[in-house]
Design a binder for this molecule. Structure first.
Ligand SMILES: [Mg+2]
Ligand SMILES: [Zn+2]
Length: 184
């Protein structure tokens, strides 16, 4: 059976504004270009969200609050015709030394195992170096975006990493990359 390529999306600063540790679905603000971006991507890729939510471990948010926000986010995307296959959330902070916090590739590998994914043809989009290195650690191509924390951390990203203005630019890049590499 053919393996599916996927795009792994970061949440805060990539598809919604990074407004700190969001506790309430009402505080969630989508970037206007997110819907078009994900509609483009889902014609070619299975979509997943992987998000670091250390606010839980830090006691700023609770696991049920974060879960409510995540569920609402997936629902709002569904209303726009966008299917998120799965959403993975790490509740830990760096000092917890967990295995699931990006840049660990744990959730990418988990998704790949559950969904028969072709990681070599997959991508990750994110606004933080940990997204880029999560992709590299898992063997998927990273795309760095300059929304959210992107501009602030850009100096930590090596020159070879593809950098895009936002998630729509990243999606356009990914779709044309796929089209160019499809005729084998
Ligand atoms: Mg982010
Ligand atoms: Zn974790």
């Amino acid at each position: 059976m053919a393996k599916h390529p996927a795009v792994f999306l970061d949440r805060d600063g990539t598809i919604i504004e990074d407004n700190g540790y969001i506790k309430d679905p009402m505080d969630m603000i989508f970037y206007p270009e997110t819907f078009r971006a994900l509609q483009l991507l889902q014609d070619h890729f299975l979509l997943f969200i992987i998000t670091n939510q250390s606010g839980i471990s830090k006691g700023i948010t609770t696991a049920p609050q974060v879960e409510k926000v995540n569920k609402h986010l997936v629902e709002l995307l569904k209303v726009r015709g966008i299917a998120i296959y799965d959403l993975f959330s790490c509740p830990h902070k760096t000092e917890d030394n967990c295995s699931c916090k990006k840049p660990n590739p744990y959730f990418i590998n988990k998704a790949a195992g559950l969904n028969n994914l072709n990681l070599a043809q997959s991508f990750i989009i994110g606004d933080h170096p940990s997204d880029v290195y999560c992709g590299i650690n898992a063997g998927v191509k990273p795309i760095y975006v300059l929304t959210g924390h992107g501009k602030k951390h850009q100096h930590e990203i090596t020159e070879e990493v593809i950098t895009c203005k936002n998630v729509l630019d990243a999606s356009n890049y990914i779709v044309s990359y796929k089209n160019n590499h499809e005729r084998l």
